[in-house]
Design a protein around this ligand. Structure first.
Ligand code: NAD
Length: 500
């Protein structure tokens, strides 16, 4: 059995907790490896390594740090096939989608290559008599990232890409369900020239997370995962004086107005609802057609589209999506489908009985479609995170706008229409953090910023782009006056200084 070990201070570290998590092959259901689950002491070892590396790395000039990022990007690209296969074998997403996962992370690394420009401070000459004011962005010290299973390459790179480029040193606690790619990324960072201890990977569960959240040398924590854990991480981290951003779950809606290009909508919905087996925080698991005619047409055409979707092993180049990540997750998704039926929604297509010949023990689940889903149903309110699309019918634009706006989650939303005015109003008014206009999965490009609203994010600074730079740095502002020997000393002043 292969062991997946920690990566601390530039080297593989086996750990001695005696506790392991099982890593499955979702295509077959077999256990393919076991991953170390760290003790608090092992987390401390990683933090100490990062602390030891901090002085040297933070005083390395930004251009040199950017060069490491350039080399890292080149190395990841050179190893793209191997990384995508490894990712796919543990997650279950198809190879093309695994490459997309890596590529979206690399785009943040490309942003990080421009870090010297992003770190330039502000300067005011002559803010007062003989007084200049300047501000600079300084790294925080040792910082940490805790990541979910569904993007094992992109989300770690969102975090460490910017955090390390600005001069911090990093402890990554990836998902214990697909932990191999994060270790490979750390090895490639070392090869790219990041000194030992700049990027450490510690595997683990709640024990490791708690050790990070309470460690006095960890200054900031970025978390992405489910909302209850995100809330816990946010509260615990803040109570321990850390800067925290904690992204949570989602239930993204796609609003379809009567004038939408229905051919395109069906294609977009199929990909956004069922791609990656629905295991994306920016998936579109809810569609809201406006008006009966739109709803009936959309339903009929989705029913016709679904049989063309191919579910297959993650290495099948012709498959649209692969298995979900674990047997437990498949049970959970099936449980939500059952719940929807009990709540009175109409199950138009049932994917639960899907079985892939020769892979009967794999965690496959076919595409499901519900119609007549109502806002009060728990299967609508909660995140299913599987290949399930729910149709919630609306009579008017206002009713459609209210659905995502009033939902507990506010990660992403999309509107499909050819009416510019309606799209503009929708984007301005909807109570959700990221909006697509005829774009089904509106994950912002790396130089903009990613973050949802409501229970989709705790904390107030987003991932990557300039928000990422702000999250991973602190501002120091210097007010300087140099003595002018020609002037007499000024008297003591007992009032707050003002500039007149
Ligand atoms: P998860 O919450 O189970 O796990 C996320 C991380 O938290 C993992 O590293 C895990 O080890 C750790 N963890 C798990 N239980 C814990 C506990 N009790 N205490 C402390 N830490 C714990 O999430 P997941 O199943 O890996 O990922 C799927 C979830 O992530 C979905 O809800 C999805 O919407 C969300 N997600 C959100 C975004 C976003 O940007 N908003 C992006 C991707 C995924």
């Amino acid at each position: 059995m292969r062991d997946i070990n920690h990566f601390i201070d530039g080297a593989v570290f086996a750990g001695a907790s005696g506790r392991f998590g099982e890593v499955f092959d979702p295509n077959t259901g077999a256990v393919q490896a076991r991953v170390q689950l760290a003790t608090a002491g092992e987390v401390d070892r990683a933090v100490q390594a990062a602390q030891n590396a901090f002085e040297g790395w933070s005083s390395t000039n930004p251009q040199r740090r950017a060069r490491v990022m350039f080399d890292f990007k080149r190395l990841v690209e050179a190893n793209m096939n191997e990384l995508a296969e490894l990712l796919s074998s543990e997650h279950g997403k198809v190879i093309a989608d695994s490459k997309g996962d890596i590529q979206r992370g690399l785009e943040v690394i490309e942003f990080a290559c421009g870090i010297p420009h992003a770190l330039k401070g502000e300067y005011t000459q002559g803010a007062g008599p003989g007084i200049d004011v300047y501000s600079m962005r300084q790294p925080l010290g040792v910082v940490a990232g805790i990541t979910p299973f569904n993007f094992p390459a992109m989300i770690p790179m969102w975090m460490f890409g910017v955090a390390i480029a600005v001069g911090n040193t990093f402890v990554l606690k990836p998902s214990e369900r697909d932990p191999s790619v994060p270790v490979r990324l750390a090895e490639l960072m070392l090869e790219a020239g990041a000194p030992n201890g700049v990027l450490n990977v510690v595997h683990g569960d709640k024990t490791a997370v708690d050790a990070i959240l309470t460690h006095p040398l960890v200054h900031a924590v970025s978390f992405v995962g489910s909302s209850d854990i995100a809330h816990y991480v946010y509260q615990t981290g803040a109570a321990n004086h850390k800067r925290v951003q904690a992204m949570g779950g989602a239930k993204n809606h796609g609003i379809v107005l009567p004038d939408a290009d229905m051919d395109q909508v069906i294609k977009d919905l199929a990909g956004a609802a069922y791609g990656s087996a629905g295991e994306r925080c920016m998936a579109l698991p809810v569609v809201v057609p406006v008006g009966k005619k739109t709803a009936d047409e959309l339903r009929e055409r989705m029913v016709a589209e679904i049989p063309s979707l191919r579910v297959g092993v993650s290495t099948d180049a012709g498959a649209h999506y692969g298995p979900v990540v674990t047997a437990q997750h498949r049970e959970r998704v099936a449980g939500w489908i059952e719940k929807g039926v009990q709540e009175g929604a109409e199950l138009v297509v049932d994917g639960r009985d899907f079985s892939l010949q020769g892979h009967e023990k794999g965690y496959f689940i076919g595409p499901s479609l519900f119609d007549h889903v109502k806002p009060e149903m728990s299967s609508y309110q909660e995140e299913i995170f599987g290949p399930v699309l729910q149709i919630v019918r609306a009579e008017t634009f206002e009713e459609a706008l209210a659905l995502p706006s009033n939902h507990q989650y506010g990660n992403g939303v999309a509107i499909f229409t050819q009416n510019g005015r309606a799209a503009r109003d929708f984007a301005a008014w909807v109570n959700v953090g990221m909006v697509g206009i005829n774009v089904p999965i509106p994950v912002p490009v790396a130089y903009h910023t990613f973050g949802g609203w409501k229970r989709s994010a705790f904390g107030d600074i987003n991932q990557h782009g300039m928000e990422g730079v702000r999250f991973w740095t602190k501002t120091k502002t210097v007010t300087a006056r140099w003595p002018d020997s020609a002037l007499e000393h000024s008297d003591s002043s007992f009032v707050i200084p003002t500039m007149r």
